[in-house]
Design a protein around this ligand. Sequence first.
Ligand SMILES: *Cc1c(COP(=O)(O)O)cnc(C)c1O
Length: 223
Amino acid sequence: MPSIADRYRQICQQLPSEVKAIAVTKHVAVEVMREAYQAGMRDFAESRIQEALPKQEQLKDLDDICWHFIGHIQSNKAKKVIEKFEWVHSCDSLKLAQRLNRLAEETRRTPKICLQVKILRDPDKYGWTRSQLLADLPELDRLSHLKIQGLMTILPMGLSDTEKLSAFQATRELRNEIEQNKTVSLALSELSMGMSGDYPLAIQAGATMIRPGRILFGDRPLQ
Ligand SMILES: *Cc1c(COP(=O)(O)O)cnc(C)c1O
């Protein structure tokens, strides 16, 4: 059985220098997260605030961990997310973005944000469609307390590799289109895309942050 350090090294060897691996630690025990830290991981992603806060408390001696939030954010949890996470990959609506901006101002924080997009139709996923996002850009551009850094996407289940690659490429093209839009000043350098099953394709399409979970830590219990 390869150790976590072996698996991490193996992923890192495949990453171009501009791509960062964010370790998805939902359902991973804090002792295992310490092992991951010892192996060199510094970016950890959680998807549920109830699970994340106690883990952050137990790991607070490891004070150079960068925490990323990747789950859907209920409005009553938004303040904690702003207080406890440096990155929010799962900003999935204008209403949430406006709330995060207000909370960032109140708490004097400047969270780094990815806008979650649904590049293919998927009733199970949150996020902007392409046309909704283009329509909301002027409003998003006004949210001065958020550092909007890029786009994030999660693909629907059951796609072929060709379909996955083309969905990742469409995400990159949407990012490029927004960057070239002269009426807004959003600079979206980041593309958060790719999980255990599809990260090589995401890298091929230009991902800058991949989010592996199972491939580092093994299978999670079914939810
Ligand atoms: C769970 C999760 C991941 C990691 O998925 P794996 O298949 O375990 O690699 C990545 N991104 C998001 C948003 C997730 O919820």
